[in-house]
Design a protein around this ligand. Structure first.
Ligand code: ARG
Ligand code: ZN
Ligand code: CA
Length: 241
């Protein structure tokens, strides 16, 4: 009625070590960050620079509710991006009700990968978001990726957002109110840094769909909000929600 979409979240935890078997508190901390970021109530939203205040999304209108946590012990030391964690036959866990619930898998991803997601329109058998256990939720270790923003970014992909640099030099992210970016930005760039693209616009390095540190990303744009909300409409790939 108020236009808020509620997403039930199933968290599938695959663990070999005790540290990989993340606590319910850590899981809930991730849900809390998602709710803050997707409602625009994240405290660091106040850091959005003046030049981008007119295009910030504010409340994206999506909320996340922890539906269930499914845990499974494994002897696998690490996982890759081949989706094995999403398959019982691969030693993982099949998704639960993937057309009506967001499935997240938390496991030890190899190669420093923080997470990856499936865009709308793919197979429901592999639909959802995969997260490294060290980047899941808010923790005291794992800086600079320990404030829950990897999931904010991955859920952005799951809702059809592209990287802000369009995965190419000065590429197109299919969102008109985000500026052209030379490429991915890392760390915590100074305010006002410009791209080398046409018109040399100031880059929106604090956007969740860049690659900056968790503490240095704190906004979606209005255009990104519209693109995410469109996935819930007919043909958008997320109509089950
Ligand atoms: N590398 C990941 C991806 O492309 C996520 C990067 C998240 N960045 C962060 N600051 N947490 O999907
Ligand atoms: Zn990404
Ligand atoms: Ca753009």
């Amino acid at each position: 009625a108020n236009g808020i979409i509620e997403i039930p979240v199933v968290v599938n935890v695959l663990y070999r070590t005790a540290a990989e078997n993340i606590s319910l508190a850590q899981i809930q901390s991730q849900i809390d960050v998602l709710n803050a970021d997707y409602s625009g109530t994240n405290p660091d939203a106040a850091n959005v620079p003046t030049i981008f205040q007119g295009v910030k999304a504010g409340d994206v209108g999506i909320r996340f509710v922890l539906d269930q946590v499914i845990r499974k012990a494994t002897n696998k030391t690490s996982w890759t991006t081949n989706d094995a964690m999403k398959k019982t036959s691969g030693g993982g866990l099949n998704p639960t009700s993937p057309t009506t619930k967001l499935n997240m898998w938390c496991c030890n991803l190899s190669g420093g990968i923080l997470g990856y997601a499936q865009f709308p329109g793919g197979s429901s058998a592999t639909d959802g978001v995969v997260m490294d256990n060290n980047a899941f939720g808010v923790t005291t270790t794992g800086a600079p990726y320990n404030k829950g923003r990897t999931a904010t970014h991955e859920v952005g992909h799951w809702l059809n957002l592209r990287h802000i640099w369009g995965d190419a030099q000065c590429g197109n992210d299919l969102v008109s109110d985000t500026p052209l970016h030379t490429g991915a930005n890392y760390g915590c760039p100074a305010a006002g840094v410009r791209s080398t693209c046409s018109g040399t616009p100031v880059m929106m390095t604090m956007n969740y769909m860049d690659y900056t540190d968790d503490l240095c990303m704190y906004m979606f744009s209005a255009g990104q909000k519209a693109r995410m909300k469109a996935t819930f409409a007919t043909g958008g790939g997320r109509t089950g929600f």
